[in-house]
Design a binder for this molecule. Structure first.
Ligand code: MG
Length: 297
């Protein structure tokens, strides 16, 4: 049942949105908006515009400005437990951390002596380990990075050890690993495969450092699952071609927020974590929902 911009597939979805809440256009003019991350302490949103090779910042009281020009074709962003920005860079084929003083620390650039493909999305565990996906999208052409031949035999999900800095592959059987997120209690890691099939897989997290018991959590259609986030109740909100799809913890599709453009990623933000910021192709949209994002720093 479609009611305005909402598609209700399971009645439980009605508890998660306010039917009078509108989809607000925050900014447009991007080529491919990705990697939205909310800075609660600064009350602003950062995101990547990959083909334009820049990062933008939205301040609700002040509008949109360029945060980082020549962003090395940045893609996914997150924050670590100290609040520092962690970024995947297609162009430099690495994962970096932006320090408080603005300097850049390289966290990962190779695995087994060979260059990474093009890190896509990243999350940080509460133990400080950094987990990221490494599909080939950023080296397939010069549009979202620099065209190159992959050096890795497989497109993996990696974990960076917080003590040693060692990069290890935690999953090696993805086609194109993409968005990833821990369940709110960090007992499970969810990883999207935007290759074929186009689904989100879930793994049990073992001792905060390894994965086991991988299985398919949900399939996303139309489009592909790219980036996604959890709310505090454990519902998974993911990108899709027709909008944002919301899945219950048991994998049931509850409903959708329909958008005018294909969605690549999203994040919860605002002072209360109840504003969903949606990176959708050329634009950033925002909408108030009646739940709150999990683990908003
Ligand atoms: Mg992505």
């Amino acid at each position: 049942m479609v009611e305005g911009i909402y598609e209700i597939i399971d009645e439980r979805f009605r508890t998660l949105f306010n039917s009078s809440a509108a989809l607000d256009l925050i900014h447009t003019g991007c080529r491919w908006a990705e990697g939205p991350v909310w800075f609660k302490d600064g009350n602003y949103l950062l995101w990547s515009d990959i083909p334009n090779n820049r990062m933008l910042r939205y301040i609700p009281e002040g509008g949109v400005s360029v945060y980082r020009a020549d962003a090395r074709y940045s893609n996914g962003n997150t924050r670590d437990r100290q609040g520092r920005l962690v970024t995947c860079e297609h162009g430099a084929r690495r994962v970096t951390r932006t320090e408080v003083d603005g300097s850049i620390t390289v966290l990962a650039y190779s695995f087994e002596g060979k260059r990474l493909n093009s890190p896509n999305d990243v999350v940080v565990h509460s133990n400080g380990s950094v987990w990221f996906s490494d599909p080939t999208y950023g080296i397939q052409s010069d549009y979202e990075g620099h065209k190159a031949t992959p050096e890795q035999d497989t497109n993996n999900v990696y974990r960076i050890d917080p003590q040693t800095g060692v990069v290890e592959a935690v999953v090696r059987d993805f086609v194109q690993p993409n968005g990833l997120a821990f369940s709110p209690d960090e007992t499970r890691l969810y990883v999207a495969d935007s290759g074929s099939p186009r689904h989100i897989r879930v793994f049990d997290v073992v001792d905060g450092r390894a994965l086991s018991s991988g299985r398919v959590f949900c399939t996303v259609d139309p489009g592909v699952p790219d980036g996604f986030r959890f709310d505090i109740e454990g519902n998974l909100w993911t990108s899709a071609a027709d909008g944002v799809h919301c899945f219950a913890p048991d994998g049931t599709l509850l409903g959708k927020i329909l958008t005018p453009e294909r969605v690549a990623n999203l994040t919860f933000g605002g002072p209360k974590g109840n504003r969903l910021y949606i990176a959708a192709t050329s634009s950033i949209y925002a909408i108030y929902v009646t739940t709150n994002g999990a683990a908003v720093p």
